[in-house]
Ligand binder design. Sequence first.
Ligand SMILES: *Cc1c(COP(=O)(O)O)cnc(C)c1O
Length: 393
Amino acid sequence: MTKSIMQTADRVIAATYKRFPIVLKRGQGCTVWDTQGRKYTDFVAGIAVCNLGHAHPRIADAVARQAKELVHVSNLYYTIPQTELAQLLVKNSFADRVFFGNSGAEANEAAIKLARKYFNDKGQPQRSGIVSMEKSFHGRTMATLSATGQEKIKKGFDPVLDGFSFVPFGDIEALKAAIDDRTCAVMLEPIQGEGGIRCPAPDFLKKVRELCDRCGVLMILDEIQTGMGRTGKLFAHEHDGVTPDIMTLAKALANGLPIGAMLATETVAAAFGPGAHASTFGGTPLVTAAALETLKMIAGEGIVDRARTTGDYFKDALKQLKLKHHCILEVRGKGLLLGIQLDRLADELVPVLMEKGFLVNCVQGDTLRFVPPLIVEKNEIDALIRCLDELLK
Ligand SMILES: *Cc1c(COP(=O)(O)O)cnc(C)c1O
């Protein structure tokens, strides 16, 4: 069965993903099982998506209940879960209004459109430029890949959209030089996930905020990977004591159901009036019921604090490992968004770790990324550390 699934998939599914040769069938908490019955501790969690773990009974119940009541209507009508989710997001963030889409890329598309529309409505349509960061990742649609600071993601898709420029992540002087009277927004991730778990200097976000205020441009934070408790705060920018004008969320927002959200202040969101933007599936009752249950749990049950303390424990263990193994160049990240950069290709380690029962993923070729469910146990971390210790010898 396993072989035939892999062969069929390779024949009938677009070949955009390089896949590992296992077929995953079931999950529970931080564990997933393949069709051969082999068990893996999941340090990928759907790439920072399943923050509450797999098959969470409360999410499963919320989905089942909602599926029996109302899956989809249209945004022509009000629905209860969408309203309650937006209300809870607003209550727990800087934002006043939320637009729902279906993915991270769509949330970022909405953010880019809103920033342009905001200045257009202010009679400054020439302000359409967006300054983004090198090594950033904002998605794969045309606008979001145009905003992405990685050539390999744009290759073959020219012409990309006009109006995007890039500065080194963390370089406030370069950012200052890049902003001009045609700029509408600065767009960045608080910690670059796909870019290799890169954290800027502790005061960088604050300086970006001050610079944006001084230049009268909007600050867009892409918290698609860093949000929902991942870094030990509900949103990563809370570590920095600043708030953006626009924030995007997706990945963990519904613990695995497809959703994206763009949150903005009242002043900025005012540029999105009736007809300005839309999405057929955006914020359906089904996914928003799952997201509502997810957010209630993450915002309300000590899970964010737990992500912080478990993350500290994990990071310390990785630092200990670095002292023993010189092939580890750097330990990076915050909370449970962690990575180790090696002095060699890290992607060769991924199948070996899989063989030993750990799902881990590699970014930028030389960095192992660890983004387990926020409910990961210390003994699961210890087991991974022991395995890495063996393998790096
Ligand atoms: C994953 C990710 C995206 C894209 O999300 P999709 O749902 O794949 O479109 C955008 N920005 C960041 C920071 C991400 O991690």
